[in-house]
Design a protein around this ligand. Structure first.
Ligand SMILES: Nc1nc2c(c(=O)[nH]1)N[C@H]1C(S)=C(S)[C@@H](COP(=O)(O)O)O[C@H]1N2
Ligand SMILES: [Mo]
Length: 529
């Protein structure tokens, strides 16, 4: 009877130990490792495993889902996904810890601390190999992280540090939590702790605090940056925007959790592939080349009807054609591909690339490009949606085959020609005012096709009146339109439509942005009392 209950208690103790010793310790080690991975992301500038996994998640989304997220919480979504994977890796660490202890239970008791730490080190190294040989390739990061943008050795190093930290912490803490079966197995008392043991502990706690602290900091800064972009007030409600958008109010779209910070001193522009003379240009060389300046509007292909992912700037840069001619194209070149620091890529057929109007720009509104708009250089192509204008360009490659770019691979239109659009921005949708004289207006854009006409309707599209067009700043910019309106009291649905330079009317069929850009007329509701 007594023996049976002792046996029961021992079983219970074992299970408790397994849970607290395996799962609990695994969770501590797991979270420590995943936070450390994030912390190293900022120290080394290499994307974390969490970002590689987030990229995979983004690439699995249909253009529709992606488009939906972009309109709502994409910027925050990327940060939340990184946070989610951080938690998932921590929990994964807990489960692996449980398995580790269950498998090695007997032996763990026999090993001394040194042996356990050595085993933990080896275990961490095995987990690292599994990560870079299996998990990362499955997540699209390539064998040994070869395709992790800006990754390379620092990515391997960061993941190795995190995994070894995990293994060692796990094996070490498991020993500390050995079940107390007799007095000799009890935890050493504080006075009994040797100087060396104390120092080891102190070092461990410093690592924990640094790892978790910096990891938390990077999550907070990622989320703060994301929230800032998501909340960016791109334009003032109810007023006509200026012809040229201030750089700080120019819309920002990127696939990244953290955008690359490129060092101008070490940056090189490579022109390679099927060329006679590959080029390697420094930042000084690129900015010293003959440049041209022009105004151009960019619009994201994900911009909804009436959306604000559209802005205009004055850009300055060098001719892509000039670069390609300097390198000398070989026979058989059909496509020019562009590769960016963040792993983004794009391509255009040769004839498009040879259009003398295609620029590699390094200035925006009279200043060097800002980081979020692609410092030090980005492509500027007339008539195409934003996605065809890669930022942070570092390599241009002449190829004989069609190359599928980042968003095209995820289902978006490979030509991505801007569809004619128009918006009514003044007054704001849902405005209630009193009778008076109003100037209404908005913008119209067709990429490189020009705008010949904007019309608006005050009666849901039954009758149309001409808007007045302001002279465009250039052939590739939006056009501001206005009209004077002296309404009588009532409810109005204001609708707008445009026609391109050839008079081709804007497509009235409502279509969401994915996969080739939104169509349909923009309208707003106004009440005049
Ligand atoms: N390297 C790189 N270039 C990129 C992207 C990106 O994620 N990475 N996003 C593209 C998309 S979808 C758009 S709409 C434009 C946005 O440019 P902007 O942020 O300067 O407005 O950049 C394009 N170029
Ligand atoms: Mo975009």
């Amino acid at each position: 009877m007594r023996a049976a209950s002792t046996e029961k208690n021992r079983m219970k103790a074992r299970w408790q130990w397994l849970l607290s010793g395996g799962l609990g310790v695994g969770l501590i080690a797991g979270f420590l490792a995943s936070f450390t991975m994030l912390a190293l992301r900022f120290a080394l500038g290499t994307p974390s495993l969490q970002e590689v996994l987030t990229d995979k998640l983004v690439s699995l989304m249909s253009p529709q889902t992606f488009e939906f997220l972009l309109q709502h919480t994409f910027h925050l979504g990327k940060a939340l996904s990184v946070l989610g994977f951080t938690v998932a890796l921590g929990i994964g660490g807990g489960l692996v810890g449980l398995a580790f202890v269950a498998a090695l239970r007997q032996r763990l008791d026999a090993w001394d601390q040194k042996t356990r730490i050595a085993v933990g080190f080896a275990f961490g190294a095995v987990l690292w190999l599994l990560t870079v040989l299996v998990l990362v390739p499955l997540a699209g990061g390539g064998f040994l992280g070869a395709d992790v943008p800006g990754g390379g050795l620092s990515f391997l190093f960061a993941t190795l540090v995190a995994m070894v930290l995990y293994g060692v912490t796990l094996a070490w803490l498991v020993g500390e939590k050995k079940p107390v079966t007799s007095t000799e197995g009890a935890l050493p008392s504080a006075q009994g702790m040797s100087r060396r043991a104390f120092i080891k502990r102190a070092i461990f706690f410093i690592v924990v605090i640094a790892g978790v602290g910096f990891g938390l900091r990077s999550i907070v800064s990622g989320i703060t940056a994301a929230t800032r972009t998501a909340k960016m007030n791109l334009r003032d409600a109810g007023v006509l925007p200026p012809d040229v958008t201030l750089t700080e109010r120019f819309y920002v779209v990127s696939k990244n959790f953290v955008d690359p910070t490129v060092n101008a001193n070490t940056w090189r522009l490579l022109v390679q592939g099927m060329v006679n003379q590959p080029l390697t240009l420094t930042h000084d060389e690129v900015t010293a080349m003959a440049a041209s300046e022009r105004y151009q509007t960019l619009e994201c292909i994900s911009n909804e009807v009436g959306g604000d992912l559209i802005s205009t700037a004055k850009w300055k840069g060098i001719s892509l054609r000039g670069l390609l001619e300097q390198a000398g194209l070989k026979d058989g070149v059909k496509f020019i591909a562009f590769f960016a620091t963040d792993g983004y890529s794009e391509s255009v057929p040769l004839d498009v690339a040879m259009d003398p109007e295609v620029l590699l720009v390094h200035q925006m509104n009279g200043e060097p490009l800002t980081r979020e708009h692609g410092f030090p250089a980005r492509l500027l192509i007339p008539g195409r949606y934003g996605m065809k204008n890669p930022k942070w360009v570092e390599r241009i490659e002449a190829q004989s085959e069609e190359y599928t770019g980042y968003w095209e691979e995820r289902g978006w239109d490979k030509v991505a020609e801007v569809r004619t659009m128009s918006e009514v921005l003044a007054p704001a949708d849902g405005t209630t005012t009193t009778a008076g004289v109003y100037r209404i207006g908005g913008v119209a854009f067709s990429g490189a096709k020009g705008i010949s006409k904007v019309e608006f309707s005050l009666d849901s599209g039954n009758t149309w009146l001409p808007g007045t067009l302001k002279l465009a700043l250039g052939p590739y910019t939006w056009v501001l339109w206005t009209a004077d309106w002296t309404p009588k009291p009532g409810r109005y649905k204001l609708v707008v439509r445009a026609a391109d330079g050839k008079g081709t009317p804007q497509d009235p069929t409502p279509r969401s942005p994915a996969p080739s850009g939104a169509t349909g007329y923009h309208s707003i509701n106004v009440e005049v009392s």
